[in-house]
Design a protein around this ligand. Structure first.
Ligand code: ZN
Length: 202
């Protein structure tokens, strides 16, 4: 079983500065947003092709992003207050998920736009005119932890390529509190590593 999330023990990672880079190519798009009863999720829909990440010459489209509180991954046993998941899929169905640990700091403008557009009704996806650019939540440095895992919600399909970015995303205490008022316990506990290696691009 190769499940996610996991605890990332930074003293046990395989560090290699020559690991391939993640090459993000994001552009702004009008959001479609849903409170699906498990999380707040933004779907790219027809704008997926204009929001991609390339890894090892393979291109993955950003399909959606969503949030967890607390974080699902832990670093050396420690949760962050929240975690953002950017879910990408290639044409052949291969999945690549980028996880951003969310820590308390200064407010993020893109997240303000998302929070202020959360629908009042659950399970009703609403199209908004407001446009965001997901590059506004990416860290400046793109070092990562990489391992093979699974979706963290049923059916927990395996074989996903997981990238947990080393640099966190900072949100204000008020932004974190606003999400946790809706969902304060929508994280899956960490799963056994089971012989997997976590690769680290410093
Ligand atoms: Zn998730």
């Amino acid at each position: 079983m190769v499940q996610s999330p996991i605890d990332i023990n930074t003293s046990a990672t395989a560090k290699d500065a020559n690991l391939p880079s993640l090459q993000f190519s994001y552009s702004s798009f009008p959001i479609s947003i849903v409170d699906n009863g498990h999380t707040i999720q933004v779907n790219t829909n027809t704008y997926a092709a204009a929001n991609t990440v390339s890894y090892k010459d393979k291109k993955y489209q950003l399909k959606q992003f969503h949030f967890h509180a607390m974080s699902e991954h832990t670093i050396n046993g420690e949760h962050s207050p929240m975690e953002l998941h950017l879910v990408h899929a290639a044409d052949d169905g291969a999945l690549l998920v980028v996880g951003l640990m969310i820590k308390e700091g200064t407010a993020n403008n893109m997240i303000d736009l998302v929070w202020s557009n959360i629908p009042d009704t659950e399970n009703k996806e609403e199209q908004r005119t407001i446009a965001i650019n997901v590059k506004d939540v990416l860290p400046a440095a793109l070092g990562y932890y990489n391992y093979i895992g699974s979706l963290t919600t049923p059916p927990c399909a395996m074989g996903l390529n997981w990238f947990v970015m080393k640099e966190p995303l900072f949100l204000s205490a008020a932004q974190i509190a606003a999400f946790r008022q809706l969902y304060s316990h929508n994280y899956r506990p960490v799963q056994p590593l089971n012989n997997r290696t976590v690769h680290e691009k410093p």
